[in-house]
Design a binder for this molecule. Structure first.
Ligand code: HEC
Length: 121
């Protein structure tokens, strides 16, 4: 299990490096996700945050093997692009008690990340 996580991490780091080399001045959603999110949101189990593959359209708090905060589990939210935009702006304001510590104050950055999340199927 540990090895699989390491391998997944190595692959995502390599992928992030590969895209960074071709990036222009505007970082892509994939790069932004790699820099700001993938640290906790691994592409497999075992991360500090839940796996975000397929998150767009998914019910909040629904990854079976992840220990969510009671607040997020009980939120009844569905992760539409609009809800993701609001959540990423200030998770604790949208879902008081939510345990994600990251804020993304810049709207264009949020849009790029949400666009990338929509491709993670
Ligand atoms: C320091 C670790 C950490 C980082 C970095 C982080 N998150 Fe999270 N994220 C979490 C945790 C922990 C949760 C679960 C929150 C809860 O249970 O209340 C979470 C939950 C989420 C959820 C809800 C998922 C679900 O299944 O309901 C989304 C969406 C999300 N994060 C997106 C992001 C994005 C996009 C980024 C990068 C901008 C990011 N996170 C960065 C820790 C992190």
């Amino acid at each position: 299990m540990r090895l699989m996580i390491m391998a997944a991490l190595a692959v995502s780091v390599l992928a992030a490096n590969a895209t960074a080399q071709t990036a222009t001045t505007t970082p892509s959603g994939a790069d932004l996700f790699g820099d700001r999110c993938s640290f906790c949101h691994l592409d497999g189990p075992g991360g500090q945050g839940p796996n975000l593959t397929g998150v767009v359209g998914r019910k909040a708090g629904s990854v079976a093997d992840f220990g969510y905060s009671p607040a997020l589990k009980a939120s009844g939210l569905v992760w539409t692009p609009e809800n993701l935009d609001k959540f990423l702006t200030d998770p604790g304001a949208m879902v008081p008690g939510a345990a994600m510590p990251i804020h993304v104050p810049d709207a264009a950055t949020r849009q790029a990340i949400i666009g990338y999340l929509a491709t993670k199927k």
